[in-house]
Design a protein around this ligand. Structure first.
Ligand code: F6R
Length: 603
């Protein structure tokens, strides 16, 4: 996702901004740019692709700033959402005398843009961001008060946004707000120096104190200090860059589990209003002539696909088949033109999934990829792409990729239902209300994490784990088992709960650990009977449920909610935390488990 940096001070700003942007490369981006203001003059550079391209461009221009004179600068790495990755769409965006960088999405940009065009403002990009700078100048032109103009501007914006804005009308000043996307402000090592960044990695070594802004905090920064609209907490910056990238977490996996609540917000932004699902990246004729959806994927993405198959059939009423990509490739599948072929992949490079996609293309099927990496082989190959917007996932064991994929696929099932008009509009609106509560279901409470940590010590041995669930909780059980085996190296299987008595129950004894997913809102009584059967045969039961269950040897209580999808995401977090804590106790490398690679580009 996009990254932001900002600088006020007397050091050479170009290097500080470029170095800062490099530290944010891990967030993923497709273009970058900076704007610097010194001696009442602006300089602005933008480039597509890597930051070295931007660096080259600046070098070639012979641009330099006067040493020991105050300057102000902002920089941005852009991960395209509205408009293609072009120089014109790259940030910073210019109005007539101001530049802005923005991370997030302005949901009401179309209305704002139309209104500003009527008022005579000229737009050059396809982005949502450009409205911010025009809105600011519109308000400034009215009463020549930059602080008020910034406040009036942010009051008009809907969506998620972190913004830095600089303007000739107020030199050596950065106006800023944090609302939804991350933003930190820091005091530099030298006096009269203020810095901004999307995470603290760019600030380490060049700043001493930092305030990680909460949503709704905005203000005005000048060389001699920062004025906020509210109190903020300043803390000392960590000293190591490696730990900074982990934002204080022990492992990338842990950080990525915790950030799921934020990234799924990014996944949904701009893709729904109160009553409709909106996928601008799709064509509303996508289902014309389609009778079946076939999904191919591997590993965790395969589990997201299986989860989706329940939703496509139940919600959208479209037949859906899911296949493991490596199997699909060689089975000589029947590919008929009434199939919408969907691939799901975090990396967009997994060899088996990519080959399956190529086979579908060759058979002239309509193809769609649900992917986290733009410009990957799969997004370049498929007819349509929906980006999951999880940001870079560093832990080898996938976490936030799965939650964002599942959210996209759930939204897609609603979108298809909407296109086919086969569920009432109010049912879609109800689902949208539930979707909006999912970030909260993904929030990691300290008490829950502590419970998983304490319980983990009882599950370090035994002759195996069965993760069981029914319906959409079966693929979740598969995912829980995969997480555990990947990073703990313990044997674990995911199984449909109702299938245990057809064989695996023969394994039941106290050393067989059953992790039972027992949602209140989806076949509770059925799964309860299945767990009772295992308990009667002395299997050790760890139940995860919002409802108390006396037969459980261990019990992890999740919040009581209104819908099974809330329970799905709450239990997902429990499974991820549990695996991670078992792995830590066993002394394994959580982020780089043995024998595994993040992107499997070979067959
Ligand atoms: C599990 C995991 C793998 C990947 C699989 C597919 O934690 O990371 O199972 O899910 O290799 O990768 P993508 O989604 O990149 O196609």
């Amino acid at each position: 996702m996009c990254g932001i940096v900002g600088y006020i001070g007397e050091q050479e700003p170009t290097k500080i901004l470029l170095d800062g942007l490099k530290e944010l490369e891990y967030r993923g981006y497709d273009s970058a740019g900076i704007a610097i203001f010194q001696n009442r003059k602006f300089a602005n550079f933008k480039a597509i692709g890597k930051i070295v391209n931007l660096e080259e461009k600046i070098k070639k221009s012979n641009f330099s700033t006067d040493a020991n004179k105050p300057s102000v600068g902002i920089g941005h790495t852009r991960w395209a959402t509205h408009g293609k990755p072009t120089e014109l769409n790259a940030h910073p965006h210019l109005g007539q005398y101001s530049y802005v960088v923005h991370n997030g999405i302005i949901e009401n940009y179309k209305e704002l843009k139309e209104d500003l065009i009527k008022k005579g403002h000229k737009f050059v990009s396809q982005t949502d961001t450009e409205v911010i700078v025009h809105l600011f100048e519109y308000f400034f032109n009215k009463d020549k008060n930059a602080t008020k103009a910034f406040k009036d501007t942010i009051e008009k914006l809907k969506g998620a946004y972190s913004i830095l804005l600089i303007t000739q009308s107020e030199p050596n000043t950065i106006f800023f707000i944090k609302h939804g996307s991350p933003l930190a402000v820091a005091k530099g090592l030298n006096s009269e120096e203020i810095l901004f960044a999307s995470s603290d990695a760019p600030l380490i070594g060049i700043a001493k104190d930092v305030a990680y802004l909460e949503d709704g905090v905005y203000g005005v920064a000048k060389p001699d200090g920062v004025v906020f609209n509210t109190d903020v907490n300043w803390t000392t910056l960590p000293s190591s860059k490696q730990s900074a990238q982990k934002d204080g977490f022990r492992y990338f996996m842990e950080k990525e589990i915790y950030e799921q609540k934020d990234v799924v917000t990014d996944t949904m932004i701009g893709r729904m209003d109160d009553e409709h699902i909106i996928f601008d990246e799709l064509d509303d004729k996508i289902l014309d002539g389609i009778n079946e959806i076939k999904i191919c994927a591997c590993g965790t993405s395969y589990h997201a696909a299986l989860s989706a198959s329940y939703l496509f059939e139940r919600v959208a009423k479209i037949r859906c088949n899911v296949e493991i990509a490596s199997e699909f490739r060689y089975k000589q599948p029947l590919l008929t033109k009434d199939i919408l072929f969907v691939v799901i992949s975090q990396s967009g490079e997994t060899a088996d999934t990519l080959e399956a996609l190529k086979m579908a293309k060759k058979a002239s099927l309509k193809t769609l990829t649900v992917c986290n990496v733009d410009n990957s082989s799969m997004t370049r190959t498929a007819d349509f792409t929906i980006l999951t917007r999880a940001g870079i996932e560093k832990g080898v064991a996938s976490t936030k990729a799965f939650s964002t994929q599942t959210v996209v696929l759930w939204m897609l099932s609603l979108y298809f239902a909407q296109l086919k008009k086969n569920i009432p509009q109010k049912e879609i609106a109800k689902n949208i209300d539930i979707l909006r509560t999912i970030p909260n279901s993904l929030k990691v409470e300290d008490s829950l994490h502590e419970k998983c940590r304490r319980l983990s010590k009882r599950y370090l041995h035994g002759h195996g784990f069965f993760f069981i669930g029914r319906d959409i909780f079966f693929p979740l059980a598969l995912e829980g088992a995969l997480k555990l085996k990947e990073i703990s190296y313990l044997h674990a299987e995911g199984y449909p709960a109702g299938e245990m008595k057809h064989g695996p129950i023969a394994l039941a004894d106290p050393e067989l650990f059953t992790i039972a997913l027992m949602p209140e809102h989806l076949y509770y009584d059925k799964i309860k009977s299945n767990v009772e059967e295992l308990s009667a045969r002395d299997s050790t039961i760890c139940a995860i449920s919002p409802l108390d269950f006396e037969l459980a040897d261990d019990f992890i209580k999740v919040e009581k909610t209104k819908h099974y999808m809330n329970e799905f995401f709450e239990m997902l977090v429990v499974l991820q935390l549990f695996s991670m804590e078992v792995s830590i106790r066993l002394g394994n490398d959580v982020d780089m488990p043995r024998n595994l690679a993040k992107s499997v580009t070979v067959e």
